[in-house]
Every structure is written in structure tokens, then in C-alpha cells.
Design a protein around this ligand. Structure first.
Ligand code: C2E
Ligand code: CA
Ligand code: CA
Ligand code: CA
Length: 279
């Protein structure tokens, strides 16, 4: 190493030590966040292609930190997972989403579903199936109104466990969506083992789909795959009218994204369902 070598190493060490301290501080704050009522859910509308109406919402977790303000879930969810806190917070989110969805029963033109994200780490936990079942019972929510979103990579990481969970949940009448589809490099044989109800095309393939041949090829294949499997397909991250029109023309069954609405607080979501044009 040249004369600068050791200094470089020290700088990197100092930087990673600072990152490590910051992460530790975040973890400590997360330990109290649930008890302090710092978590909230936002609801992002999902639009049905056939009717043009809101068919439901995805519940997205938010953390309002007392000093840092809103912290992105892409930042704090990995910390929750590594600290072993995701099970508890995940159940909190499930419960809050089901309670909210129960209050939608006379809101829409038809029934509105709520989609809840489940982390791979929650699959390891004690009996997710019976906890979900009890949550539905607690709120008298029909199982068909709940959708569980699991990423493709989480499903592929432990196909046997995912298979058992999916079978149990579908036995109750709960729907399952494979999230971030196309990013998990899962094999087609995994898809054959797993029984699910919906594919969620990842945003990276939706962005500028009307102009990109590679994205078009991927979206068309995924839509054909869903059709062949007899299940629904939703595009996430639809930001522009051109993307929406291209996807609709090519047979996508549902849409979600900023073009329609960002994730909304519960009262705003209800207002959006009553009058989408007003917001
Ligand atoms: P995801 O499940 O893929 O959720 C979609 C993300 O895309 C959300 O980010 C949403 O706000 C954002 N989004 C929606 N429409 C658009 C759009 O048109 N353009 C762009 N650029 N983004 C859009 P968010 O809320 O920050 O969540 C990030 C990720 O955090 C989620 O990705 C999910 O993996 C995770 N997450 C959020 N809530 C929960 C939860 O309750 N449990 C678990 N396990 N994970 C969650
Ligand atoms: Ca999701
Ligand atoms: Ca997604
Ligand atoms: Ca995604």
C-alpha cells in the first residue's frame, strides 16, 4: 500500500462506524415507536381497468419520527427485520388495515379490498396463518376483502414455506399477490408450485413502457403469463397517462401509481373513493 493507504482505510472505517452508530440509534428509536404510536398507514388506491373505478388500496407503512420527521419504509423496514421487530409491527399494520377496510363496506360501488405487505421474515414467525385468521374475525372482515402481498424473492427464498402459507390463506378465502414481479429471478417451476391470485408488475418495467421495447416485451409476457394462469395482473408505479394507456391496451387488469393518486391518509382515501375527480 502507498502512503495514502492506511489513511483511506481509516476514513472508510470512520464513515462506516458513523453509519453503524446511526443505524443503532434508528434501531433504538424503532423499539419504542409502536408503543409511542409513531406508526401510521397510508392507502394507495388501486384502479380496476374494466370499470375504471377504485377496487381497493394497498396499505403502506409510515413512521413519524419525533425529530427526523417521516422516515421512508425503505430505510426502516430492513432495520425492523434485522432487529426482529417486523413480526410485531407487521401484525400492527395488518390489524390497522383490516379495521380500516371494515369501515369501507358501504363506501365503494362494489366491495373494496385492502392489500397488506408481508415481509419474508414474517414467514418464519409463529403461525402467521392463525394470526391473520384471528385478525379477520376480530374485525368481522370478509376474507375475500384481504390481500396479502409477498415479494417474488421472499416467495422464492423458501418455496415450501410459502406454499404452505399460501394454501392455508387461500383456504380461508384470502387473496395473494406476488409483489415486485420480475425482479426476483424465481424459476417458473416455483410459480407452478405456488398458488396465488395476482401478479404485481414491478415499477421498473412500467416506467416509460410506451417507449421502451424491452419493457414492452416484459410487460406483455407477464400479462400473458397471468392470463394463462387465469389470474389478475396489476401494474405498480404508473406515473403517466401514456403508461396507463399502453398497459390498458395490452390487457393489464389493474393499476396503481401517482398518475391516479399517491398513498393517502384514511380520510382522504375515503374521499377519493367517493369522488376521484375532486382530488
Ligand atoms: P412496495 O410494496 O413495492 O410499495 C410500492 C412503493 O412505491 C411505495 O413506496 C409507494 O408509495 C411507491 N409508489 C406508489 N406509486 C408510485 C409511483 O407512481 N411512482 C413511484 N416512484 N413510487 C410509487 P413506500 O410506501 O415508500 O414503500 C416502500 C416499500 O416499503 C414497499 O414497496 C414495501 O416493500 C415496503 N413496505 C411498505 N409498507 C410495508 C409494510 O406494512 N410491511 C412491509 N413488510 N413492508 C412494507
Ligand atoms: Ca407492495
Ligand atoms: Ca411492489
Ligand atoms: Ca417495487
Amino acid at each position: 500500500a502507498g502512503p495514502e493507504g492506511p489513511i483511506q482505510v481509516q476514513r472508510i472505517d470512520a464513515a462506516s462506524a458513523a453509519a453503524e452508530r446511526d443505524r443503532y440509534a434508528l434501531e433504538q428509536d424503532l423499539r419504542g415507536a409502536l408503543a409511542n404510536g409513531e406508526f401510521e398507514l397510508r392507502y394507495q388506491p388501486q384502479i380496476d381497468a374494466a370499470s375504471g373505478r377504485v377496487s381497493g388500496a394497498e396499505a403502506l407503512l409510515r413512521w413519524r419520527h419525533p425529530e427526523r420527521g417521516m422516515v421512508s419504509p425503505t430505510l426502516f423496514i430492513p432495520v425492523l427485520e434485522e432487529a426482529g421487530l417486523i413480526e410485531e409491527v407487521g401484525l400492527w399494520a395488518l390489524n390497522a388495515a383490516c379495521r380500516e377496510a371494515r369501515s369501507w363496506h358501504r363506501l365503494g360501488q362494489g366491495p373494496l379490498t385492502v392489500a397488506v405487505n408481508v415481509s419474508a421474515h414474517q414467514l418464519d414467525g409463529a403461525d402467521l396463518h392463525s394470526r391473520i385468521k384471528r385478525t379477520l374475525e376480530r374485525h368481522s372482515l370478509r376474507a375475500g376483502m384481504l390481500e396479502i402481498e409477498l415479494t417474488e424473492s421472499a416467495a422464492a427464498a423458501d418455496v415450501n414455506r410459502a406454499e404452505r402459507l399460501f394454501e392455508g390463506l387461500r383456504g380461508l378465502g384470502i387473496h395473494i399477490a406476488i409483489d415486485d414481479f420480475g425482479t426476483g429471478f424465481s424459476s417458473l417451476s416455483a410459480l407452478r408450485v405456488l398458488a396465488f391470485d395476482k401478479i404485481k408488475i414491478d415499477r421498473q418495467f412500467v416506467t416509460e413502457v410506451e417507449a421502451r421495447r424491452d419493457s414492452q416485451a416484459i410487460c406483455q409476457s407477464v400479462i400473458a403469463l397471468a392470463r394463462g394462469l387465469g389470474i389478475r395482473v396489476i401494474a405498480e408505479g404508473v406515473e403517466r397517462e401514456e403508461e396507463y394507456l399502453w398497459l390498458r391496451r395490452h390487457g393489464c387488469s389493474e393499476f396503481q401509481g401517482y398518475y391516479f393518486s399517491p398513498p393517502l391518509g384514511a380520510p382522504d382515501f375515503q374521499a377519493f373513493v367517493r369522488n376521484p375527480a375532486a382530488l
